[in-house]
Design a protein around this ligand. Structure first.
Ligand code: NAP
Length: 515
């Protein structure tokens, strides 16, 4: 670390003057943004994190079997590759270790304020600053703000009738209670999405009985995981270009996957046939197979990647229940066929409350306008990163930035590239405000809407990608390569720029170590 890097740590900085950047969230996106900003010479960064440690969704999702269904070589930053992944697809603990490693390797620790939950963000047009108000009563002011709270940070506990009457143990997948011992228990699992299919095989191994309450079956493809040899780790350590080549191979394999997942095409039919063959080979009972057969096109909801889910469902102590849940009762779950399933514990693998028509906390931009009002009919942004009326504010995993077929981190890196470049311009050119032009944002969203209409996600299934009235505010309708080409560069012609004099704020532009 250089001396100039040292000088702007949160502990040392003068809290009465605005920071260059404030970042909300210390998960992959927040930390990745901080790393890239520092590498661009912008070191005066404050990261506000509501939890007690870094890691975001990988800190919170510690349920048994939690792992990533994207290969680790691709589910890691291209600028911080790791040769030592133990498996092709790593578990959540190893991913969390990698994130902790980023903090150490890029010396971000002193820039993070933990236990600091942002309650609102307010723009001051005169000074060209954002002020974050926190639940503990502090404020932090900065010239640019990055919202990196993550789309999957708030667990969704469905408001089912009778939920409060149930007297057994309840656990949400994203808030696992590690004091809970499943051994010998009768457990109900509600939800068969990406989290559910990872938890169920683990519970079946230990519990006396597992009842799986499925509302909609998913398309399942096998997970070709294997332990990595010491030789391959050594090879990648010695030859990083080879590791990069392997990463590229995974990347392009996933890009091809888009042809079947993003659009309904011949490739979708091929994918469905392969998943159907896999289901026939794995599930022996024809009635069970029928219950597990989706009635929507593959890709409309997230494809499930698991090699142990179907075998687990067929174990003697596991039963798939497809009758809708009527109510929770004091002793368990009553389904629409009138049967009461007595359960010692209920696991809610029911996903997340994803902000599709609101911000995660109140955000007030130009003239006090609220982001919630701007997004009332569905979140929108320019290239997923900026939105008109909210200058110097940047979003990670903002509207229409989600991948259906490739690593979220690849998409994240493109957003971070845009954000880093825009903030570099704000700081170096000492701008009061950099605000995307409304007409450019609208053009972008009209383009998105035309393309989204033709995607598999809008082909008729119900998913968390869509708002209640069916608008897709979540996914990017294209390849990751297109997203990168679209998102990473900053075209200043798309932005309105307000200059200001250095003296108006009494600070010198922060150029980190680059002068
Ligand atoms: P999810 O995909 O939203 O699945 C939630 C499950 O709960 C679905 O099966 C849903 O049924 C069911 N459900 C929700 N409310 C219900 C209700 N009231 N009654 C009955 N069933 C109900 O959530 P998730 O599995 O936690 O995954 C969320 C996202 O996290 C994924 O899409 C993915 O992006 C990410 N994730 C990634 C990985 C990974 O390996 N990379 C692993 C886990 C999660 P319906 O399908 O009928 O709505």
């Amino acid at each position: 670390m250089t001396q100039s890097d040292d000088r702007d740590t949160a502990a040392e900085r003068d809290p009465t003057r605005p920071a260059a950047v404030l970042i909300v969230g210390a998960g992959f996106a927040g930390l990745g943004t901080a790393i890239r900003l520092r590498q661009a010479g912008i070191t005066d960064i404050v990261i506000l994190e509501r939890g007690r440690e870094v890691g975001g969704t990988w800190r919170d999702n510690t349920y048994p079997g939690a792992a990533c269904d994207v290969p680790s070589l691709l589910y890691s930053f291209s600028f911080a590759q790791n040769s030592d992944w133990s498996h092709t697809y790593s578990g959540s603990a190893e991913i969390l270790d990698y994130i902790h490693g980023l903090v150490d390797r890029f010396q971000l620790g002193s820039q993070i304020q933990f236990d600091t939950e942002v309650s609102s963000l307010v723009w001051n047009a005169e000074e060209g600053t954002w002020t974050a108000h926190t639940r503990c009563g502090h404020t932090v002011t900065a010239r640019a703000a990055v919202m990196a709270a993550g789309p999957l940070s708030n667990a969704s506990l469905p408001d089912m009738p009778g939920r409060d009457t149930y007297t057994g143990t309840t656990i949400h997948s994203a808030r696992w209670d590690h004091t809970f011992d499943p051994t010998g228990q009768r457990i109900g699992v509600i939800g068969t999405g990406a989290s559910g299919v990872q938890i169920i095989p683990q519970l079946v191994d230990q519990a006396a009985q597992v009842k799986v309450f499925q509302r909609t079956p998913g398309w399942v493809i096998p997970r070709l995981d294997r332990q990595r040899s010491e030789a391959s780790k050594t090879l990648f350590r010695a030859a990083p270009s080879l590791q990069n080549l392997a990463r590229q191979a995974w990347f392009w394999a996933h890009e091809v996957f888009a042809l079947g997942v993003v659009w309904t095409s011949l490739a979708t039919t091929v994918l469905e046939r392969l998943a159907g063959a896999y289901r026939r080979r794995q599930v022996h009972d024809s009635w069970l197979r029928r219950q597990l057969t989706p009635d929507y096109r593959a890709g409309c909801k997230r494809i499930l990647v698991s090699s142990d889910y179907y075998p687990a469902l067929q174990r003697d102590n596991c039963k798939l229940i497809t009758w809708p849940i009527a109510t929770l009762s004091p002793r368990g779950i009553r389904t629409a066929d009138g049967i009461e399933h007595e359960l010692d514990a209920i696991v809610f693998a029911t996903g997340f409350d994803v902000c599709k028509t609101s911000a995660p906390f109140p955000v007030h931009g130009v003239d006090g306008a609220s982001l919630d009002d701007a997004w009332a009919e569905g979140a929108h942004a320019y290239r997923s990163v900026t939105t008109a009326g909210f200058p110097n504010l940047f979003l990670t995993f903002g509207p229409n930035s989600g991948p259906g077929h490739n690593s979220a981190l690849v998409y994240m890196e493109s957003q971070i590239a845009h954000i880093t470049e825009a903030i570099r311009v704000i700081v170096e050119d000492d701008l009061r405000a950099l605000e995307v032009r409304r007409d450019r944002e609208q053009d972008h969203n009209r383009w998105l809407a035309r393309r989204l209409a033709r995607t598999t996600w809008n082909s008729g299934c119900h998913s968390w990608y869509l708002t209640a009235d069916g608008r897709n505010t979540t996914m990017y309708p294209g390849f990751a390569t297109q997203f990168a080409k679209h998102t990473a560069p900053v075209d200043l012609a798309d932005y309105q720029i307000q200059q200001r004099s250095v003296s108006s704020l009494g600070v010198q532009p922060d150029l980190g170590g680059r002068l």
